[in-house]
Design a protein around this ligand. Structure first.
Ligand code: HSE
Length: 399
């Protein structure tokens, strides 16, 4: 039997407003907004002021509120709100990927202790229903890989730079104006946002609780005209790809730019769309595509979580109970393109095998096989005159 839910919302930015409109349009949903808690008293609000409060207690201490929707930007304040709500036995829906990724273990324990559900479909790839699919649909399939484009802003920027010859800065400004980028866009550009989503997916795909600091991320900040030229000459696009793959009792995970050819589904994922490839022993290769950023796509995922709460759904974290003794590994070989401007920066002995080498006046590159652990520890990562791109299939046959 589904029930009527009373909602208390924290935050009324892009996602909060998107959700408001989604709720307005969705006549079938048994949920109504009681209060919206916001911080800024000066800001003009698009709804009657009776909806709003500046005091978190008006939601957290209100016994009428069944569901707290946490849609604010600040992960620290978000964690405090979510913790307080779960401790009151209230159901919580959040779209805050950093908060969930940073505190997954604590949030899992809190849900068990207080028997209160926390749902976060909107935190991963917005409109693509990946979390509930990993949790429910693939609950018994032996998953071997989940990978894809998990960040809308960087995909938007790369699309504009590749297909419309826009500058990186111009494309970033557009992504910000359209409400896709984080308040601090370096989280998008340097691959942190995609990494938080990957961490959440690792829990639901492989039953792993990981600290985001233990997952490697390298972003698109150093991509140059030269790299784009090389990609075009070879028929590639460059995409920021989050990868996880299970090999025996090890899981490899990373976020990196990758050359992608038209043989991959990811090639056709453009603008703010995300794409997720799931590989399972029995289902084999499957591909999900949908908008990965923006108020309505994220609002649609939050709506779906609210709907799930009307029938008392909560994640069971099924994979954590099925798969024993999996651990993260960085001991495997990958194939990378490494572009640099000064020969002395590179020690070619770091590579296990050089496959290709290019030298010119200003730009040099090598394509070669390298142990991932060597890349993770390399001084190249902080050098802005270097760029690293994973070759297509550069992590598949060499583990
Ligand atoms: N900044 C994020 C992105 C928003 O661009 O994907 C959606 O999580």
């Amino acid at each position: 039997m589904s029930r009527n839910l009373k909602l208390g919302i924290f935050g009324f930015g892009v996602v909060g407003q998107g959700l408001y409109h989604v709720l307005e349009e969705t006549k079938g949903i048994k949920a109504e907004i009681l209060k919206i808690c916001v911080k800024n008293k000066q800001k003009k609000r698009p709804l009657p002021m009776e909806y709003f409060t500046y005091k978190k207690e008006d939601i957290l201490e209100n016994p009428e509120v069944d569901v707290v929707l946490e849609l604010i930007d600040d992960p620290k304040a978000a964690f405090e709100i979510v913790t307080a709500a779960l401790k009151k036995g209230k159901a919580v829906v959040t779209a805050n990927k950093k908060m969930v990724a940073d505190h997954m273990t604590e949030l899992y324990e809190l849900q068990k202790e207080y028997n209160a559900p926390l749902l976060y479909e909107g935190a991963c790839c917005a409109s693509i229903p990946i979390i509930r699919n990993l949790e429910e649909y693939y609950d018994n399939d032996l998953l071997s890989a989940v990978e894809g484009i998990f960040n809308g802003s960087t995909n938007y920027i790369l699309t504009k730079v590749f297909s419309e010859q826009k500058s990186f800065g111009e494309a970033l400004t557009e992504a910000q104006e359209l409400g896709y980028a984080e308040t601090d866009p370096s989280l998008d550009i340097e691959g942190f946002d995609a990494k938080y989503k990957l961490c959440i997916i690792l829990t639901h795909a492989f039953g792993l609780f990981v600290n985001p600091d233990d997952i490697f991320n390298y972003g698109i900040q150093n991509i140059s005209e030269f790299d784009i030229k090389i990609a075009r000459e070879r028929g590639y696009k460059i995409k920021l790809v989050a990868k996880s793959r299970k090999i025996d009792d090890k899981v490899i995970a990373m976020v990196m730019p990758q050359f992608v050819s038209d043989k991959s589904e990811l090639y056709k994922v453009e603008r703010e769309f995300n794409g997720v490839i799931v590989e399972g022993a029995f289902s084999e290769h499957q591909f999900f595509i949908g908008k990965g950023a923006g108020g309505y796509p994220t609002g649609s995922a939050v709506l779906s979580d609210i709907s799930a709460l009307t029938y008392n759904y909560m994640y069971e974290y099924k994979k954590t109970k099925q798969v024993a003794d999996l651990e993260l590994s960085s001991d495997y070989e990958i194939i990378i393109y490494l572009r640099f401007d000064n020969q002395s920066i590179i020690n070619k002995d770091d590579f296990n095998l050089i496959l290709e080498e290019y030298k010119a006046l200003e730009n040099h590159y090598v394509i070669g096989k390298i142990n991932f652990s060597k890349l993770v520890g390399s001084k190249w990562l902080s050098n802005p005159n270097i760029n690293i791109i994973l070759m297509e299939n550069g992590n598949e046959n060499h583990c």
